[in-house]
Design a protein around this ligand. Structure first.
Ligand SMILES: Nc1ncnc2c1ncn2[C@@H]1O[C@H](COP(=O)(O)OP(=O)(O)OP(=O)(O)O)[C@@H](O)[C@H]1O
Length: 215
């Protein structure tokens, strides 16, 4: 088991966002976290990332999990000066050894960014930016990734390209994936399981069996 969540409750003041939710994620599984706007998906991720303490309940990642996180899409100013390559390398040491350079080149290639690595992040397309964020996360060599709304602002071609890369990471390296999304057709195509957060409760199942509709 990669993650086990037990009876997690979160209240903001007197407003209960979710109550006593429990679920677990298997090693190497792909799961879409879906649900209507404002239902608490980002809040749940923040708790799992240790950025927000739950009101009650607990969760535990397995000791062999090395977690990577790509947060919700952030706007990057058109004038943002760093190149795609420098942006991906932001968390690496300033003096780059051959090993770091090799890892950087490998991630850039794996995310199909080699031809545009010197383009400024501010000028990159939404899909290129999102792949740069993912490359930055992957440089840490995680074996589990959480992606929050990674495809929300992308056109269909860019969406599928990103999802193909994520699927590849799962199939080739058995990476465990938790993918927050509103896009039911996309998650049906790429994720095996769902977690449906709605009205303070969570349900879990196979994505192909997911029948709910929501805005
Ligand atoms: N710090 C906070 N204090 C009070 N209420 C908050 C806080 N953060 C979030 N909320 C509320 O908690 C609820 C859940 O928000 P959250 O962003 O987790 O939902 P979401 O499912 O991720 O939404 P979306 O799909 O729109 O991204 C919302 O009603 C939001 O207004």
């Amino acid at each position: 088991m990669a993650l086990k969540v037990s009876n997690l409750t979160l209240k903001f003041n007197h407003k209960t966002i979710f109550k006593n939710i429990s679920f677990s994620l298997k090693d190497g599984s792909t799961t879409a976290l879906i649900g209507p706007n404002g239902t608490g998906k980002t809040t749940l991720i923040k708790i799992l990332m240790g950025m927000l303490p739950p009101t009650s309940g607990k969760f535990q990642f397995s000791s062999n999990v090395k977690l990577g996180y790509t947060p919700q899409f952030r706007n990057i100013d058109k004038e943002y000066p760093l190149s795609i390559r420098s942006f991906i390398a932001l968390n690496t040491p300033f003096f780059k050894t051959a090993r770091v350079k090799n890892a950087l080149n490998w991630q850039i290639e794996q995310m199909h960014l080699q031809d545009i690595q010197s383009v400024r992040m501010g000028e990159a397309s939404g899909g290129q930016k999102q792949r740069a964020y993912l490359a930055q996360t992957l440089l840490d060599q995680p074996n589990m990734i959480i992606l929050d709304e990674a495809t929300a602002s992308l056109d269909p071609v860019a969406k599928n390209e990103l999802m193909d890369l994520i699927k590849h990471l799962n199939e080739k390296y058995q990476m465990t994936v938790l993918f927050v999304s509103h896009d039911i057709p996309l998650t049906k195509k790429y994720m095996n399981n769902y977690l449906y957060l709605n009205d303070g409760k969570i349900t879990q199942g196979k994505m192909k069996d997911f029948k709910e509709t929501f805005e």
